[in-house]
Design a protein around this ligand. Sequence first.
Ligand SMILES: *Cc1c(COP(=O)(O)O)cnc(C)c1O
Length: 355
Amino acid sequence: MTRPARVIIDPLAARHNLQQARRCAPHARLMAVLKADAYGHGLVRMAELFESADAFAVASLEEATTLREAGVDGTVVLLEGPFEAAELAVIAELGLEVVLHTNEQIEMLERAACRLPVWLKFDTGMHRLGFAPEQFAALIPRLHGLAKPLRFMTHFANAHKRDDPSIDDQLGRFAAMLVDAEGERSLANSGAIIAAPQTHADWVRPGLMLYGVSPLADTSAASLQLRPVMTLRSRLISVRNVSAGEAIGYGGSYVCPEDMRVGVVAYGYGDGYPRNAGTGTPVLVNDVLTQVIGECSMDMMSVDLRPVPQASFGDTVTLWGQGLPVEDVARSCGTIPYELLCRVRMRAHYETGCP
Ligand SMILES: *Cc1c(COP(=O)(O)O)cnc(C)c1O
């Protein structure tokens, strides 16, 4: 394999971030979120790196099965619970915990007379998944005998915004509902773990921060002492001079304002780079910050080499990660880092090591 496009996963950064999450929520247990192939980092690889977590959370039985087959025998939670009754037998056999968020799922358990560890999910304001708090009283007797133990979960709509009033609103509704209830509670994802310690409760559920990315729009990962786990690396496979007035790439959207050196990088949207990352998107060539120019192709993209006059064939390019936060790339192309990380897995070649 000689094409230089690489996804490098830094194990030390991963372990460091997990410790950092623990420092933020020292009294809570920690459920490491591994859905979407561990945010594009590789499910089994990250489960191994996060082995000291108290539990793992995934979105599907397939992901949970993959973990079990890889020898991960700790607690695994299905964040969306069963999708159909046929899954229950496997869920029980694999010893998984389920989130239940809708009546149909409770009926599945009732019909199968299946007893499982349950996280009952409540909608305290996000209005995506979960029971209404008013349903609480009616639900509890039904789960008696089916849920062992019974625990409670909710999810924030705005934890990525520091001090958003909806966080305490949601927390208040959850607490009011559970005022007389027994059972462990979990609310906080990364943003709340960092910026809303009043939400930590019994279990926290970090995802993004474990991968070294800031969940807060106004705060850098470095200032939160998080280190990027994923670095996208490739090399310049062409360095040429292009004359003023000439256009670069498909559609010719970038026209050289002067005679300039242009590099072509062996990385493209076929490797998970966002195709809408056009001119101006940050990129590092030999650790020097420069920009993407023109449209990204499937296997290649062009970069402005004016800030790096010494750059030559074979030189190192970083698309994001070490030295260039994925947050900056996401901001520049109008998306969030979550999306950029998740889409990397298409055909990329992964390595583990220090970037
Ligand atoms: C994805 C997810 C998380 C993790 O969220 P981050 O913002 O990545 O920390 C936590 N809880 C639930 C229910 C999720 O779906």
